[in-house]
Design a protein around this ligand. Structure first.
Ligand SMILES: O=C(O)CCC(=O)C(=O)O
Ligand SMILES: [Fe+2]
Length: 218
């Protein structure tokens, strides 16, 4: 069979490998609500309890400052939300959530970046971007391979996580999450994971993001 024909029928290896519509963890059952196969994108429910969401917001509120992204860590317009990172296993709640995201994502905790919290007010957004680093950057030597964005509250209007190349979007809902991975041999599939946080129209939006690296970082 010609190569291009083969690529039409063979599916790439995925990192996420739970079978069925539930992920049974030691302390919790997570529901798989929706699934796009390639690139793999999953909408998950019951990832965090209401109490865990509230506590994460409380713990991060004090530490918020205008988000800084990119190598220069300068304030810019790609992301207008405020944000902060917890240190790895900074407190018991963060440690518990790291264990959970590791089980969900199928990657050991020592590959996990510190949990990131973002807060968006009306008109604030995160323009479309890839979570992996460009090959020429220093960080790409141990690049990100997968993302879990967890919604910490309900947003009155707007704030969807959108994937413009797939014409697909996820509405934030407290305790739910969207998972995607970009460790495919076919770079075109990785490229399709372009995504952003749409501007919040009404209310505010809180998310916690877990990124996994290819190799251990701690
Ligand atoms: O806020 C969102 O919906 C997306 C967040 C995101 O893309 C990120 O944290 O990398
Ligand atoms: Fe992102």
């Amino acid at each position: 069979m010609a190569l291009d024909q083969e690529s039409l029928v063979t599916k790439e290896q995925t990192i996420f490998n739970h079978i069925g519509n539930k992920i049974i963890l030691s302390d919790r059952e997570i529901d798989i609500i929706a699934r796009l196969e390639e690139p793999l994108i999953l909408v998950l429910d019951n990832v965090l309890s209401d109490e865990e969401c509230d506590e994460l917001i409380q713990l991060s509120k004090d530490k918020m400052q205008r988000s800084k992204i990119g190598a220069s860590r300068e304030v810019n317009n790609i992301r207008t939300s405020s944000g902060m990172f917890f240190d790895e296993s900074e407190n018991p709640l963060v440690q518990k959530i790291e264990m959970r995201t590791s089980e969900i994502m199928g990657i050991p905790t020592d590959h996990a970046e510190g949990l990131q919290i973002l807060n968006y007010l009306p008109d604030q957004e995160y323009r479309a971007h890839h979570d992996y680093f460009v090959p020429t950057s220093k960080a790409a030597k141990n690049n990100r391979i997968s993302t879990l964005v967890m919604y910490l509250n309900d947003v009155e209007e707007g704030g969807e996580t959108y994937f413009p190349k797939l014409k697909f979007s996820v509405t934030p809902k407290k305790g739910m999450a969207v998972y995607f991975e970009y460790f495919y041999t076919n770079q075109e599939l990785n490229d399709l994971t372009l995504h952003g946080g749409a501007p919040v129209v009404k209310g505010e939006k809180w998310v916690a993001t877990q990124w996994m690296r290819k190799q251990r970082i701690r």
